[in-house]
Write a protein that binds this ligand. Sequence first.
Ligand code: GLC
Length: 534
Amino acid sequence: MEGVNSSSSISDLDDLARLLDRPRLNIERKRSFDERSFSEMGIFDNVNSPGGWETPVSSARNSFEPHPMVAEAWDALRRSLVYFRGQPVGTIAAYDHASEEVLNYDQVFVRDFVPSALAFLMNGEPDIVKNFLLKTIQIQGREKRIDRFKLGEGAMPASFKVIHDPIKKTDTIIADFGESAIGRVAPVDSGFWWIILLRAYTKSTGDTSLAETPECQKGMRLILSLCLSEGFDTFPTLLCADGCSMVDRRMGVYGYPIEIQALFFMALRSAMSMLKHDAEGKEFMERIVKRLHALSFHMRSYFWLDFQQLNDIYRYKTEEYSHTAVNKFNVIPDSIPEWVFDFMPLRGGYFIGNVSPARMDFRWFALGNCVAILASLATPEQSAAIMDLIEERWEELVGEMPVKICHPAIESHEWRIVTGCDPKNTLWSYHNGGSWPVLLWLLTAACIKTGRPQIARRAIDLAEARLLKDGWPEYYDGKSGRFIGKQARKFQTWSIAGYLVAKMLLEDPSHLGMISLEEDKQTKPVIKRSYSWT
Ligand code: GLC
């Protein structure tokens, strides 16, 4: 359809939408990208202009060519809608009739709904997102217990289910805060995603009234109270149990996992832009500013790994005492795994999985690194280095299906000790080095932010070769992600929505504004670790 003028393509689309019996895709926002980088096209400055609620329009050539998979994906996404008293309030995790075990995949997961929400926002359908935000904030207000222990007031559910009673004609919601989840872990990420989504809604619609409601203000404050509370911590990072986020089974991510730290940072910054400047709001803003300052310093200094840092750690002295210590956490160089020396390219770097006393988890995690780019937790140099690493280690991190949840997988004795012999998380499967199509949207957003759309294009091409044909699997297995996952659901909603969001972001990079935060000059003290320690 290249060269067709925009008015005729709009009416073609209207007809197509009518035929497909669903609202027209919001094509005013859909623009193609030609393989130049977005920063080159001057879009960046617009997207990231501070303060403005408007989503600016890109200047790219207008040639909207929907891939046949896009229409299929929208149909599948709409089939996954969940209604409460006639209103759509979310999407179920998987609409897989073939699967014998439903488990909890018939529920609306907070984290899974995020890509669905972004797809609806990008398509000019914000109501479902508003309904979801309001419904979950109501659920947050409930009392939650695990056995006899009462959970913090601010905790957000991992998921909820709507029960329809056709006889009484009533709808009721049952929520899970971890009290039914495998392993009984509370989802630390849910509250953060909720705040991030509230900002995305506000940014995308320009409607500040939702975020300003007493309910949303209180909801944010409760989440913040939980994660900003003082305890015995010596670090500004958030201490977590294993399995408290997307990786929701025991995988050795306890401690200070990168996924949570990056989401924590992004949620704090998002809340800053939405808290009211009243007495309560101001008190939280002060606490947030202090925490952001310490958190960004800690992450940028101690979680960052590149060739130089690796070499520094390799040469660490141990058992150092007092403030002059270089090896502050007493990491023993012998604990550095062999693989990381081969994996680390000369060009590139990443935030490692975890840092705590005498323990560095050198694994690379996709979600945490992409969110770090989007939230500007990574400095521009670090963001560029993360993308360099993805390019340099494409076979390992993307392979045949984007994107590996983490790299590398753990095996044998280590797998037994770390996972507790988990048969779902075997070598290169599921959370243990499996490939998750949902992560495509995060990779695409990170690519656009760093001005590397061609990387996203390459990843989307890989997904387009398989996803629809394979029935939108939840995850793929194998070293290069070639096999549909052992226990993967089909028609997994976030695989579908993740693809749509990736496509829409690439077609109209101005959507990035709703999910990206520009660098905050106040949190800028980027000192290379080796210097900061002297
Ligand atoms: C699995 C995933 C989790 C996801 C849920 C629903 O438990 O590990 O991240 O939210 O399925 O899709």
